[in-house]
Design a protein around this ligand. Sequence first.
Ligand SMILES: Nc1ncnc2c1ncn2[C@@H]1O[C@H](COP(=O)(O)OP(=O)(O)OP(=O)(O)O)[C@@H](O)[C@H]1O
Ligand SMILES: [Mg+2]
Length: 494
Amino acid sequence: MAQTVLEVVDIKKSFGAVEALKGVSMEIAAGEIHCLAGENGCGKSTLIKVISGVYAPDAGHIEFGDKVYSKLSPIESIMNGIQVIYQDFSIFPNLSVMENLAFNSELKDKRKFVNWKRFRTIAEEATSKIDFKVDLDAKVGDLSVADKQLVAISRALMFNAKLIIMDEPTTALTRKEVNSLFKIILALKEQGISILFVSHKLNEVFEISERFTILRSGEKIITGITSDLDDKKFTYYMTGREFEDIRFTPQYASQEPLLEVQDLGLSGCYSNVNFTLKKGEILGITGLLGSGRTELALSLFGVKKADQGRILINGKEATIDSVISAINHKIGYVPDDRLSEGLFLPQSIGDNITVSDLDNISNNFGILDKAERKAEIKKWIDELAIATTDPDNPCSTLSGGNQQKVVLAKWLARNLDILILNGPTVGVDIGSKHDIHLILQSLAHKGLGIIIISDDLPEIMQNCSNVLIMKGGSVIAQLNPKDIEENQLSQYMM
Ligand SMILES: Nc1ncnc2c1ncn2[C@@H]1O[C@H](COP(=O)(O)OP(=O)(O)OP(=O)(O)O)[C@@H](O)[C@H]1O
Ligand SMILES: [Mg+2]
């Protein structure tokens, strides 16, 4: 085994009653690509924050070669070559690329005066290390997600990083962007830099990492060599459970159409979309980014009003020109970006489920008394198995998968007829994903009409009985997943 750059030994960390890390040990070798995996809430981010000096561990220690720390300050972590790229990248959107890059380095050197010429040289050096071609004067807020990430990586490289930790770096990237990120990771390895890569996507773990470590409920389950891993083992290590295939078969509550979409179109986005949705059916809409799938969903929810065609609900023509009109027609929408559109993170879990501006609109819930409200919250927390000790905790304390369940609960508590979900399990781990799929299937069996918009093909194959494939704003095929293979579906999309 090569030299180790970092070793953590028996790290414990609790938040109140939650034991986020229960004695985790692992080590990272020089120049290795190591994947840290585990379900939502298993302690990955907490471990990273211990390594980067954000949290002091309750017990255990951190070693860099001969140096042993029982707790670490952020500066000490940086001085030992650790750089973390968080999911939000911690960049300043209002500043230029150059300012973002030079900012920390100037801070580190404790310079008082800004030397713009020096700034530019530093910024050019940093971006050229990963062959990142960018306008240094562009405002970072205007860059794509992938480019923002490259700014964060360039910045990490300015500190003689020995280990770069990336917390779920691929969540918001397209497949093409993931490919170029992986190229950069390999190039960094060539330069002798170790990478700790957090992901719970099996295909990514296989593709990029040499070794992996899996955490479950705050404990380390295994560190191993990626080539020894397969799908079944990975899922089992992550969840402690084995899953059977759960293909959806609709049990229509009625043969009458619940929702009919006829020649629907929105100029510049999509056109001539036709489908029907029955009670008890799950319809899938798939296609690549830019295929028009999201705009179509937004039209059905009144956010982007369609300008051609008709929508019928229960056989009657419906005008859906605003979110209010959609809600009045008992349509709910779970957005693809739960963090900016779906949830109020600082508010409690309970409030997120039962109280929101929707109530003023729909008046479904307006006058629940305290006891009713408590019972309603408990019902949904139990029903969806939301992992929390107390519904009064802020939503921000939940893991990603559980936050997604809160968004679902918020809508389900409103007694809908039609639920539209855009990317229902993006950023959600295997176990919670399986749970969410089971929940959706059982909701359909209870008579809800569901539309899933997703480019996760296994998700579409398992959960839908009818699939529309969109490309360039048109529906290019409509099929039953039972009649085709997954790779045929992906060929249609390309
Ligand atoms: N600041 C905090 N206060 C209270 N509880 C916390 C805090 N941070 C994390 N937790 C809890 O500690 C546990 C581990 O959380 P952590 O964020 O490390 O999980 P994770 O593996 O990164 O999950 P995800 O895949 O969702 O990002 C969870 O139960 C979480 O709710
Ligand atoms: Mg995390």
